[in-house]
Design a protein around this ligand. Structure first.
Ligand code: F0G
Length: 479
């Protein structure tokens, strides 16, 4: 969508929907917020919904549905085998992705499990632009491993590269040439979650698919974050700016052997899908779906959700609708950058990512700058983000605490859920926090190593109480 021009105001992202149903929310007082984050072990995963004003932990399964999706849910055909709901969703997938075969599963990570069971053997490797935990865990569970092939600029937190999620094609080709027989498949993540929702260019995807064909390896597209990635292809990749979203999807899909996605993100619902053209591969994966997920016409999904996804996929082809997430994120990032707050650039999809190592440089890696900042943001605003750093990092060696390649706080922007005024409130509180950043201290695990990302931590001092006292002093009240 062309951004609307304003006569005498700064441009604002503009919602292309009207709100029909709302959910009441409240802002807990700053004292309640300190108590809640202490109770939650300084881990935002452990906060409860009632503790939150803005829940920006994730965009997964929390995107607002349309009246048309809610209406479609009522025609869900709850039939164990051969449901007409399956046929309707299969037809919609064929219309959009031009692929004949579709397997439903209960969510994105189940797609990954089914694919790993189907293709990964001990000694297999899976090259990918970047890793995502749910995917690599399944690969390892099946005895394989992954190789990251992100291009050099991908890990630069501040950059003007419009497609930081691109593959390093030279590295990928070297792996395919040297280890082709052991490559289970190449996984293409569009967009890349852990480096800040950064997109991959369509030309790069097509080049990867071409290399896969050359070396006889399956190309597998993780399309969970495709909605935002499509917007970036349309707006940042000149060769495709004149095409419709449907035309872009068609070119992409025709090049890929298998596409899977978390429908908690793509399709505004809750579920997962594996889609492909090859009947033999379909039959192969289907046996795992039938054994582990559910009969292959529902695969563990509720038929109501399947109907909602069918309608949601059409929304995903609508440029006006898919522009809103990235425009909200760009707005957040730009306002924060203008205030001097370090964010990952260029703005990507999924959410706004704050660079904790620059926000709180005084906090050492073993006191988790990202996790500490996420806790401080909650105390300052009642907004819950997610640490993306050392706490979240998988342990390779149980003796050695791992540190992530980045220490970020992700403030995810669930689609069509929050308004610009709520974003303005958040920006205001983040500016206050930045001015008081020296009050933020570190956090330490309470549990013995190796830790999980959902384990409890504790503050190294009474910094949360001191931060809350300053908040009261500055705002004169506790909201
Ligand atoms: N692939 C990508 C790129 C994802 O971001 C996710 C989930 C999955 C697969 C797994 O899908 O949750 O339906 O099982 N990302 C969520 C997040 C968890 O918050 O970023 P799922």
């Amino acid at each position: 969508m062309e951004k609307v021009k304003y006569y005498n105001r700064k441009p604002l992202p503009l919602e292309m929907h009207k709100v029909c149903i709302v959910q009441k929310t409240r802002i807990p007082t700053v004292e309640e917020r300190v108590n809640a984050i202490r109770r939650a072990g300084f881990n935002t995963y452990r906060l409860e919904s009632d503790d939150l004003y803005l829940d920006m932990l994730t965009d997964s399964g929390v995107n607002a549905m349309t009246n048309e999706q809610l209406g479609a849910m009522m025609i869900g055909d709850d039939c164990y085998a051969g449901s007409s709901t399956y046929k309707r969703l299969k037809n919609k997938i064929k219309e959009i992705f031009n692929k004949d075969y579709f397997l439903p599963v209960h969510q994105g990570r189940a797609c990954e499990y089914m694919l790993a069971l189907s293709y990964v053997k001990p000694g297999s490797i899976v090259p990918m632009n970047f890793q995502f935990g749910t995917s690599v865990n399944k690969i390892r569970y099946c005895g394989g491993d992954y190789v990251i092939c992100i291009q050099e600029d991908g890990l630069n937190r501040q950059s003007s590269n419009p497609f930081k999620g691109d593959f390093d094609l030279v590295k990928l080709e070297r792996i395919l040439r040297e280890k082709g027989d052991n490559v289970a498949f190449v996984r293409i993540e569009a967009g890349t979650n852990l480096i800040g929702g950064q997109p991959i260019a369509l030309d790069n995807m097509l080049a990867v698919a071409e290399l896969c064909k050359k070396y006889g390896v399956l190309s597998v597209l993780d399309a969970s974050l495709l909605q935002d990635n499509l917007h970036f292809i349309k707006t940042r990749e000149n060769a495709y700016s004149g095409m419709s979203i449907r035309e872009i999807v068609r070119i992409m899909s025709d090049a890929m052997d298998i596409i899977y996605f978390s429908a908690r993100k793509l399709g505004f619902g809750r579920g997962g899908a594996i889609i492909l053209n090859d009947e033999t591969e379909f039959e192969h994966i289907k046996t795992f779906v039938a054994n582990f997920e559910g009969f292959p016409t529902f695969g563990g999904m509720s038929v109501k959700e399947m109907e909602a996804i069918r309608v949601g996929l059409d929304d995903t082809m609508d440029e006006d609708i898919i522009a809103q997430g990235p425009q909200f994120i760009e707005y957040l990032c730009t306002e924060l950058e203008d205030a001097g707050i370090p964010v990952v650039t260029p703005p990507g999809g999924l959410g706004c990512h704050i660079d904790a190592m620059k926000f709180v440089p005084h906090i050492k890696r073993d006191e988790f700058p990202g996790g500490s900042l996420a806790a401080a943001i909650y105390i300052a605003s009642g907004a819950r983000g997610m640490e993306r750093g050392g706490i979240d990092e998988p342990w390779e060696d149980p003796e050695v605490e791992p540190y992530g390649s980045m220490e970020l706080v992700r403030l995810a922007v669930p689609r069509r859920v929050y308004t610009v005024s709520q974003m303005n409130y958040l920006i205001d509180r983040l500016c206050w926090l930045y001015d008081n950043r020296e009050l933020i201290g570190g956090i330490k695990f309470e549990t013995p190593a190796p830790h999980n990302f959902y384990d409890a931590l504790n503050s190294v001092s009474d910094w949360p109480e001191r931060l809350a006292a300053k908040f009261r002093e500055d705002f004169g009240e506790s909201l």
